[in-house]
Every structure is written in C-alpha cells, then in structure tokens.
Design a protein around this ligand. Structure first.
Ligand SMILES: C[S@@+](CC[C@H](N)C(=O)[O-])C[C@H]1O[C@@H](n2cnc3c(N)ncnc32)[C@H](O)[C@@H]1O
Length: 274
C-alpha cells in the first residue's frame, strides 16, 4: 500500500510531504555499523578466520552492504531485494558515496529463494524480513537456498522479536530529534500468529507519514525456527540473547545462551552454522 500523508492546511510543503520514507526508516530502525561489527566478530569467534563475502537478504537500501565493504578492502557484499525503487534509492544514498569501493557491492533484484552464483561466508536476514514467509515449507525452502549459497563453513544470521508484548495490539512511539517513529502492531491472530504492523512517522509541524511501511507477517517463535533451521541441514543453531542493565533494560550486548529471561519484549539474534 502506498503511504498516505496527513497534512495540515498550508501553502508550503509539510515536513511529511518533503520526507523520504527510506531515510526515516533507516534513522529509526537500522544501525548497519553495529550489525556489521557483530557479524564480523561473531563469525571470527565461531570460525577462527575472517569473513570476506556477505550476503544481505531483503537488503532494502543495502545500507549494511555498504558498511560491510567499508570495513575491509577485501570485503565484498551481495544485496538481494525484490524492490527496484528501494534498491535505486540505496544506490544513490549508499553506493555512490563509496566511490571505487562500490565495485565490491553487487545488488540483485530477485527473490531471496532463488539460487545464486556466488558463495557467501556470511548470510543475514535482518529486521525480521523472513516473517513474510508464513508457511513452514516456504521458510524451509528459503533456509535451504541460503545454506546452498554459503561457503562450507558459512554462517547464517537472523534476528527475531518476541515476548508477550509482541502479541499485543499497541503503538510504540520513539522520539527522535526531528521526528517521531511509531511502531504500530495493528492486528494479531493468536491461532495463526499472522500479524499486521505499520510504521508511521510524525513531524513537529503536525504532519505525518501514516502507513509509510506495512508488514504482513507470521510471528514465528524461536523453537519453531530452530526446528526448521536444523531440518534445512544446518549443523548448529545458537541463540544470542541480550544482557540487561541495572534497571532490567536491554544493554545491547548479545551472548550465546540457552536460557533467556522473562522480558516483556525481546530481540535476539539466531545464528545458524552450516
Ligand atoms: C523490512 S524491509 C528490510 C530492510 C532491511 N533488511 C532492514 O534490515 O531493515 C523488507 C524488504 O524485503 C524485500 N522483500 C520482501 N520479500 C522479498 C523476497 N521474497 N525476496 C527478496 N526481497 C524481498 C522488500 O522489497 C523490502 O525491501
């Protein structure tokens, strides 16, 4: 669905009318430098070597691909996404500024389940994008396709969110300097675990970019994902659980664990070892 703008009456263009939804998405939910560092370090710890080739699935604007090639001159990245417009925005915003280093980024406009002609050390699917695959056999096919594209000692990283709050119908607002990010859990079906979520952006002039992004997902649970990952042929499945600070809030440090805590809401990394 196309985003709708809610604008107060005025002759000048509102902040919402001037906004590019990808820019505000990135500022709200992405930290490609943090992700690239986590991928790099975790791979090195698991495999005792440096990863060179990254496969970023559902790459959107390919911000992580760009960050990956900046980290090391031998790094290469393949970004895969279906949406040409989003990829083009990424080329302008992230690849053009890379200069010569952009030659080490390859963007593929195709379905992430399609076979590819490269081998990756690391594959990743972040911001829960694989939740779009609602049927078990479809997710299994996808995990197998990724495994086939990995080097013999390759590692596949997913993220996941959960906890009781993930099933509530709620709007969560995060204030930024120039806008407010709104995560809207609009519908949830406890029988199928299908959910509908939106992202809205609100601006200080009272304008808003409502439904800038819409997600039709299945809220998968960690044990379900582990079963499918193992069936897809991965040798190991490691959950990286976030630690907590003195107030019990997440501290941004993720460590391997087989015992989580009773967080109302959590985000975890799922690491699938080929
Ligand atoms: C939620 S965005 C994820 C962006 C980015 N990965 C992130 O971490 O924020 C989902 C992206 O997945 C793409 N997409 C959805 N289904 C896909 C598929 N089957 N194959 C490839 N890309 C797909 C959409 O075009 C969209 O850009």
């Amino acid at each position: 669905m196309l985003p709708t703008t809610v604008a107060p009456r005025s002759r000048t263009r509102t902040l919402a009318q001037q906004a590019n939804r990808h820019e505000y998405y990135e500022r709200s939910v992405q930290t490609p430098d943090v992700d690239a560092q986590f991928l790099d370090r975790t791979f090195r710890r698991l495999r005792r070597r440096r990863a060179h080739v990254l496969r970023e699935d559902f790459c959107g604007t390919a911000a992580l691909c760009a960050e990956w090639v900046k980290r090391h001159r031998e790094h290469r990245a393949y970004g895969i996404d279906l949406c040409e417009k989003t990829l083009n925005y990424g080329i302008q915003q992230h690849l053009v500024p890379l200069g010569e280093r952009a030659a080490r980024v390859h963007l593929l406009r195709c379905d992430v389940r399609q076979p590819v002609d490269f081998r990756a050390d690391i594959a990743c699917a972040f911001n829960f994008s694989y939740f779009a695959f609602k049927q078990r056999h479809v997710l299994l096919d996808y995990f197998r396709a990724v495994r086939d594209s990995l080097a013999d000692d390759g590692v596949f990283f997913l993220d996941i969110f959960g906890g009781p709050e993930s099933m509530d119908l709620r709007e969560e607002r995060t204030e930024h300097d120039e806008f407010t990010y709104v995560w809207d859990q609009d519908q949830f079906n406890p029988i199928t675990h299908e959910m509908r979520c939106y992202i809205h952006f609100e601006f200080p002039d009272g304008s808003a970019l409502r439904r800038a992004f819409r997600y039709e997902w299945r809220l998968w649970q960690i044990p379900e994902i582990e079963d499918i990952v193992r069936e897809a042929g991965y040798r190991d499945f490691i959950v990286y659980w976030e630690g907590t600070d003195a107030d019990g809030d997440g501290n941004g440090v993720f460590r391997p664990s087989r015992k989580g805590d009773d967080a109302e809401a959590f985000i975890a990394y799922l690491v699938c070892v080929k």
